[in-house]
Design a protein around this ligand. Structure first.
Ligand SMILES: Nc1ncnc2c1ncn2[C@@H]1O[C@H](COP(=O)(O)OP(=O)(O)OP(=O)(O)O)[C@@H](O)[C@H]1O
Length: 241
């Protein structure tokens, strides 16, 4: 079943000299329920621009994005915000945890805006999710007292606590050493699969990308499918995947 579909999506901006810059060029992508897709691209290839479209934060200049077969463009601002809050979880390279709030309080935050059933169970739901990422003994710790890998696990719990159907992870291991990055990524893959969420991972790292089931590369705004086995076998530096 299709969750997300991009059809001939472009995104252009106007440069100061009034020239248009086409950042994304005719992007087509289908993401199924529970899918795991990686998108690899060099700096400046359009990854953040694409992520903002996938996260319903921007609209395409042309083309259409469908979520549950509904054009995202047709959603009014309030409807779109509610859909994003309910159905999309975000994970960032720098964790983006709220400082001065415990791990538990951080994971509770998205539930403050959730429908009544989730809102009233917020403490229990957040505790269960922290337990699932292996942090049941660190719930009352401040983020700054946690290691990078632990902070990213809190961020994973926060992204998943409302049971989103799509998780967008942007360089999720970028601030971690290789070993920690691998275990965090394996955990993210596992919890996303357990909860039936589709996962889109945007990364520079071919090893992180390899965990996904389907692989794409973004090159100067053009998205193409990649044969990961071939790319890894060539054993080229990670950014050249
Ligand atoms: N609002 C804007 N105005 C002008 N140029 C823009 C704008 N947004 C993005 N760009 C340009 O579009 C290109 C793609 O930007 P984007 O941030 O999507 O790349 P990226 O792949 O995420 O890069 P990085 O990995 O370095 O973050 C870059 O050349 C960027 O300078």
């Amino acid at each position: 079943m299709t969750l997300l579909r991009l059809e001939q999506v472009t995104r252009s901006v106007q440069l100061p000299d009034a020239q248009p810059l086409e950042i994304l060029k005719g992007v087509n992508l289908v993401v199924d329920v529970g899918d795991h897709v990686s998108i690899v691209g060099r700096s400046g290839s359009g990854k953040s621009t694409l992520l903002n479209l996938l996260g319903m934060l921007d609209d395409p200049t042309s083309g259409e994005i469908f979520f549950d077969d509904e054009p995202v463009r047709a959603l009014r601002t309030g409807q779109r915000d509610r859909k994003r809050g309910a159905d999309i979880g975000f994970i960032f390279q720098q964790f983006n945890l709220l400082p001065g709030r415990t791990a538990l309080e951080n994971v509770i935050t998205p539930l403050l805006y959730a429908p009544a059933k989730q809102f009233w169970s917020r403490r229990r739901l957040a505790m269960e999710m922290l337990d699932r990422v292996g942090l049941s003994t660190r719930m009352d710790s401040m983020p700054e007292k946690l290691s990078g890998g632990e902070q990213q696990r809190v961020a994973i719990a926060r992204a998943l606590v409302r049971r989103p159907r799509l998780i967008l992870s942007d360089e999720p291991t970028g601030a971690l050493d290789i070993e920690t990055g691998e275990s965090v990524m394996a955990l993210l893959d596992e919890v996303a699969e357990q909860s039936g969420a589709a996962l889109i991972t945007i990364t520079h790292d071919a090893n992180v990308a390899a965990l996904a089931r389907r692989h794409y590369r973004l090159d100067s705004g053009v998205l193409t499918g990649v044969d990961i086995t071939k790319a890894l076998a060539q054993s080229v530096p990670e950014v050249t995947l």
